[in-house]
Design a protein around this ligand. Structure first.
Ligand code: PMP
Ligand code: GLU
Length: 396
């Protein structure tokens, strides 16, 4: 059987693959420490679990739901945007999806024709480019300068723009860099997108996870025109520690959202019913667990960051949000005799038993990603092992 061209060219998700490899080695009995996945290590808050149990026991989780999600949850999504950001959407402008990942997938399927271009800043989250390609679109990469916190400027965007540019991918706070665009930067990007009729895809999934006084501005709040030009992607995975439940959502232009709902109706029918009832409690129930978890991440960041800087050769600006450090390890690799960052991370895994994600997966060949969505003891030991690895290699 010859597989489709589409699939033959498809790269598996490097974040998921690296995490799976770490688990596999651990299951074989090796003492592997993993700082790979962007997955909060907290168990989903109790009130959310209880809502799910209740949905199962009452029988209401037994059945298909509407493809766009249960009406109560779509209304909760509307309320969420109003309450948190003062944004007004109709229920018909919302879709509940199988994770934010499927919202993005359905979106690219809905807006792209062959050769349509999506501008994606580098470094990027691993799935954007592949999802664009799966929709026959073309990812156009624009390098965010490390000296500018990896952020792209409107001048760069204008250089990348062609008659085929359909959308621009915005991730702030960013996975993998943890950097946040300022209001002024976002306003410039928003106005540029409106002027040239380019859809802004705002992946706001880390919006609730910002630290040390940093501020997250949702681009859709900057003007009515920018809001109309934006599809916002979000979900419960990161904010409520619900990665396994697989619930995301999107809001924006009704025509695009309707197209996404049609795709969902043919592809998945609906997101898991029990997970939707759990997400309903997440959005409408007590919100204090968000702050508890945010504070834990903030503390880890503040403790981990200076330790990472002690690794010989490492350069890293302090992240403002999400839960990743994305240090530049070019000099570290030079010290240890590596030229390829993926080979470097593989050596760390095989020899130091530390699993991290190669920057190459995010388009950055000089960086590694360390997720601090894991417990402190693991993080401290991860840095110790990397340091010991580097010290040993540089003596050779
Ligand atoms: N966007 C970004 C930037 C992410 O890091 C992730 C990681 N899970 C997602 C979207 C997808 O999230 P989920 O499908 O779990 O909602
Ligand atoms: N988004 C998380 C990460 O970057 C989870 C894995 C994935 O979906 O890529 O690690």
């Amino acid at each position: 059987m010859k597989l489709s061209k589409r699939v033959r060219n498809l790269e598996p998700s490097v974040t998921l693959a690296t995490a799976a490899r770490a688990k596999e080695l651990k299951a074989q009995g090796l003492d592997i420490l993993s700082a790979t996945l962007g997955e909060p290590d907290f168990v989903t808050p109790k009130n959310i679990q209880q809502a799910a149990i209740q949905a199962i026991e009452s029988g209401k989780a037994s059945f298909y739901t509407a493809s766009a999600g249960i009406p109560e949850l779509r209304q909760a999504v509307v309320d969420y945007f109003k309450r948190n950001y003062g944004l007004t959407y109709n229920v018909s402008q919302t879709i509940v999806t199988d994770g934010a990942k499927f919202a993005l997938y359905a979106l690219f399927q809905s807006i792209l024709d062959e050769e349509d271009e999506v501008i994606i800043p580098v470094p990027y989250w691993v799935s954007y480019a592949e999802q664009v390609r799966l929709a026959d679109g073309v990812p156009v990469f624009v390098d965010g300068a490390e000296t500018n916190q990896f952020k792209v400027t409107t001048e760069q965007l204008e250089q990348a723009r062609t008659s085929k540019t359909k959308a621009f991918m915005l991730t702030s706070p960013s996975n993998p860099t943890g950097m946040i665009y300022t209001k002024e930067e976002l306003l410039a990007i928003g106005e540029w997108a409106v002027e040239h009729d380019i859809l802004i895809v705002a992946d706001d999934i880390y919006g609730a996870l910002v630290y040390n006084g940093a501020e997250f501005t949702p681009i859709a709040t900057l003007s009515e025109a920018i809001c109309n030009q934006t599809i916002v992607i979000n979900g419960v995975s990161k904010t409520y520690s619900m990665t396994g439940w697989r619930i995301g959502f999107a809001v924006g232009n009704q025509e695009i959202i309707t197209a996404m709902i049609n795709i969902a109706s043919q592809a998945t029918s609906n997101p898991s019913a029990v997970s939707q009832y759990a997400a309903l409690e997440a959005l409408n129930g007590p919100q204090d667990s968000i702050e508890t978890m945010r504070l834990a991440f903030e503390e880890r960041l503040n403790r981990l960051y200076p330790l990472v800087l002690e690794i010989p050769g490492v350069k890293c600006a302090k992240p403002q949000g999400a839960f990743y450090l994305f240090p530049n390890v070019k000099e570290t690799m030079d010290l240890c005799g590596y030229t390829d960052v993926t080979a470097f991370t593989e050596a760390l895994l095989n020899e130091a038993h530390v699993a991290l994600v190669t920057g190459a997966g995010f388009g950055s060949p000089e960086n590694i990603r360390i997720s601090y969505a894991t417990d402190w003891d693991t993080l401290e030991e991860v840095v110790k092992r990397i340091k010991a690895f580097v010290e040993k290699k540089r003596q050779k």
